[in-house]
Write a protein that binds this ligand. Structure first.
Ligand code: SAM
Length: 262
């Protein structure tokens, strides 16, 4: 069965998405590697190095929020980058995900790191579209990241509105997401790969073809680089002009968009 997301109402989509990630939580990291042949690691590395988080001054705390943070790939990279490049152990990351199973995988993973039981990392179950004002007050964060997460949200404008709210003035919004491949020939190869290989990999490795079919379809429906940049501006963020508002990775398979709250 196919989910046929175009027809389902928002609430149902939200439940479906929860189901997808609950059923893939434990195999999620293995699947990511298999589907992207390990390349998602490079995209995530580039994403974080481009943001260059951290501050060498002792006692200056950079506050980050990683939304739809899942098993913590981005949070861990941010913490490592700050420590390795800036000797910064003051930076903190609040990791937020709607799915407790994914968050639990993240917690387990962090237990084996030096950040475990430090104020540098905190976990929250929460919805990107309506972050609780008590847990996440306005004007709190220097950096908001969302990687391969916004596509799964029912309302992108709601996510952007919340991102804008929780960032401090001068704070940065940064999104890593699958996007549109610009070269038509490469687009054909990529389409063939994602519509045939990925659902098959899903059924073999995770016994869950539908969840991965959903992932492929959700990628197709996400707005183009231009349209998404405009949505970021509509939410009030300042972005660079034209195509400078984003950086394609691998011809647009993935893409980084950034914006600043002024
Ligand atoms: N950022 C991680 C990474 O790059 O590995 C996880 C990405 S995973 C593809 C997408 C995550 O988004 C899942 O963990 C899912 O539970 C979460 N998610 C989906 N809808 C959400 C929402 N409305 N609010 C918060 N998280 C959500």
């Amino acid at each position: 069965t196919h989910f046929g997301f175009k027809e389902v109402p928002a609430v149902e989509k939200e439940n479906l998405v929860k189901g997808v990630f609950s059923s893939v939580a434990t195999s999620y990291d293995v699947m990511n590697d298999a589907m992207s042949m390990g390349v998602h690691r490079l995209w995530k590395d580039d994403f974080v190095s481009g943001l260059n988080p951290g501050n060498p001054k002792v006692g200056v705390q950079t506050r980050c929020i990683d939304v739809a943070g899942g098993t913590g790939d981005i949070a861990l990279r941010i913490l490592d980058w700050a420590r390795e490049k800036h000797a910064d152990r003051d930076l903190s990351v609040d990791l937020v995900d709607i799915n407790p199973n994914m968050l639990e995988e993240g917690r387990t993973r962090f237990r084996k790191t030096m950040y475990h039981n430090t104020p540098q990392v905190n976990f929250f179950v929460g919805n990107a579209q309506e972050l609780s004002p008590e847990q996440f007050p306005s004007n709190t964060y220097d950096l908001y990241t969302i990687a391969f997460g916004i596509r799964n949200c029912t309302s992108v404008p709601d996510v952007l509105r919340e991102a804008y709210r929780v960032l401090k003035p001068g704070g940065t919004f940064a999104c890593l997401e699958f996007s549109k491949v610009t070269n038509p020939l490469f687009a054909q190869v990529y389409d063939a790969y994602s519509f045939s290989v990925i659902p098959i990999l899903g059924s073999i490795l995770a016994s869950d073809r539908d969840s991965y079919q959903y992932l492929v379809e959700s990628i197709r429906k996400f707005p183009s680089q231009e349209d998404f940049a405009q949505m970021i501006r509509d939410a009030g963020f300042h972005t660079a002009k034209g195509e400078k508002a984003w950086q394609n990775q691998w011809g647009g398979i993935a893409c980084v968009h950034t914006g600043v709250k002024l």
